[in-house]
Design a protein around this ligand. Sequence first.
Ligand code: UTP
Length: 289
Amino acid sequence: MKHATVTKAVLPVAGLGTRFLPATKAQPKEMLPIIDKPIVQYMVEDMVRAGIKDIIFVTSNGKRALEDHFDRNFELEYRLEQKGMTKELEEIAEIGKLANFAFVRQPKPLGDGHAVLQALPFIDDDEAVMIMFADDLVVDIAPQLVAAYKAHQRPILSALEVPRESLSRYGIMSGTPAGDGLFEVNGWVEKPKPKDAPSNLAWPGPAILTPEILECLKTTAPGPDGEIRLANAYQQHFKNGGTMLASIITTPRFDCGNKLEYVKAQIHFGLQRKEFKKDLIAFMKTMVQ
Ligand code: UTP
């Protein structure tokens, strides 16, 4: 029987993070903190709010810190208990209980699609799965995608409205508006000139992929650079006459694999913290005078 909702997520985290060197030389970019929490924890908490129970990370060597973060740390817990740091103790112990975490390895960085393929043995044949790139932080996106999936039982992409001058940096969706913040997608154009772009909607990573899309992924050939990309599986699906729904993002989004966007994320989440907001605004005012 088809699953009526989505309870599993796959997070490919096996990329090299070359845009964020030197910070990512010896640590995963997903573990870079925004204030006091790693980027990936914001994402995991968002997915858990949406009903995700099982999270499969696709890792590579050098990503050990990620596994440790979602595991218990008995020595730390013992020390915090001894020091009477109850609040910190609870906070630390909760991280490993957010969901069931599993880790599979991608032996070589052969593309985001290839990374997702490594997790497919753990997904039922009739099951849809949530995908997120753990450096691309879209606030409150998981509940939005799950709501769209429950209502329509179709593959759901997130859709980012891109300014005209940046359209040629993205894969752009073609199709028609479908009301309620949704867009019916029937094709995809890679990096179009603004005048040729079929819409202003790009896909930044969050998605719910159904078995038919995952089947396309299994037969997607590597591109000229040897990488298997999810976007190519979508294109195959459209060629087969398939369509997808896109749910337009209305919340802030930060590509934290990009240095400037990461700084903006720090400011955004800093301003969300009651204890920092006043000082942060006062500081920023002194910087722009
Ligand atoms: P990105 O291209 O944004 O990440 O891939 P990257 O390769 O780590 O970063 P740069 O461009 O070198 O700075 C999107 C997502 O897919 C994962 C990445 O970890 C990221 O979360 N990915 C990419 C894999 O898991 N495996 C791959 O082979 C490629």
